[in-house]
Design a binder for this molecule. Structure first.
Ligand code: ADP
Length: 255
């Protein structure tokens, strides 16, 4: 039986306006992500990885192309409908500090998606927040603190708790450990691996760090100047890259 496709991306194009012209950040990109798989997305800085993640999250609009989530074309949805679908896909950002409201307590930050998506009972929300904190390895008494009172690794755990709050199916991890101390990267990666297993999550894992991608991804997509030049199972990609750019990338990065 072929695997269930969670996300189809078809001929995605995204440009940014410049003073005299446009820059093409994603230039006709197509790929699928199967349910339960982790697709690594690698490529040098500026090749379009973050733009692709943000386009999938609908944080940026496409110039053209189609995104189908479980067969539903997201660009055809009216805003209220899109909001309902959005609970199924979430994002973990590189810089947890910038992505967390600095004036809100952790409880407030974690309650927000629950409120937006209609979890009405205060008690139900409190129980969910406590469960989330525990699940990402934070203490319950931390709920009343503000983001600046946490270490970088703890802040990323808050970001992860927020991402899983609504039981999503797809999580886009955009360089989720790049801003963290090397000593705690492995802990956060292991948390993401545990959560993937426990909740059957699907990840698009964006990283410039090939050793992390080799550790976590099932397949790897290689991006170069807005194009996907190769997409292959992890072991094949690392042992016998088909595209000369992938080879150059591997050569420049000791895994
Ligand atoms: P990556 O995540 O791989 O570093 P990005 O998606 O951030 O790449 O950027 C892809 C290209 O789009 C780069 O050339 C970058 O300079 C350009 N770009 C990204 N964001 C903007 C923006 N807001 N306005 C104009 N150009 C942008």
């Amino acid at each position: 039986m072929s695997p269930e496709i969670l996300l189809n991306a078809r001929n995605l194009v995204k440009t940014y306006p410049l003073r005299n012209g446009v820059v093409s950040a994603i230039d006709d990109v197509s790929f699928d992500i199967a349910k339960g798989e982790t697709l690594g997305l690698v490529g040098e800085s500026g090749c379009g990885k973050s733009t692709l993640g943000r386009v999938i999250m609908n944080l940026l609009s496409l110039d053209s192309g189609e995104l189908l989530f479980k067969g539903q074309n997201l660009s055809q949805l009216a805003p209220p409908e899109l909001r309902r679908w959005r609970r199924h896909f979430q994002m973990i950002f590189q810089d947890p500090f910038a992505s967390l409201n600095p004036r809100a307590t952790v409880r407030r930050i974690l309650e927000e998606p629950l409120i937006v998506h209609g979890v009405r009972g205060a008690r139900e929300r409190q129980e969910r927040v406590d469960w989330l904190l525990e699940r990402v390895g934070l203490r319950l008494d931390m709920a009343d603190r503000m983001p600046h009172e946490f270490s970088g690794g703890q802040r990323q755990r808050i970001g992860i708790a927020r991402a899983i709050a609504l039981n999503p199916e797809l999580i886009i991890c955009d360089e989720p450990v790049s801003a963290l101390d090397v000593s705690i990267r492995a802990q956060v990666i292991n948390l993401l691996i545990d959560l993937r297993q426990d909740f059957k999550l699907t990840y698009l894992f964006i990283s410039h760090d090939l050793s992390i991608v080799r550790h976590i991804a099932d397949r790897v997509a290689v991006m170069y100047l807005g194009n996907l030049v190769e997409i292959a199972p992890r072991s094949r990609l690392f042992s016998s890259p088909a595209h000369h750019y992938t080879q150059a990338l591997l050569d420049s990065f000791p895994v």
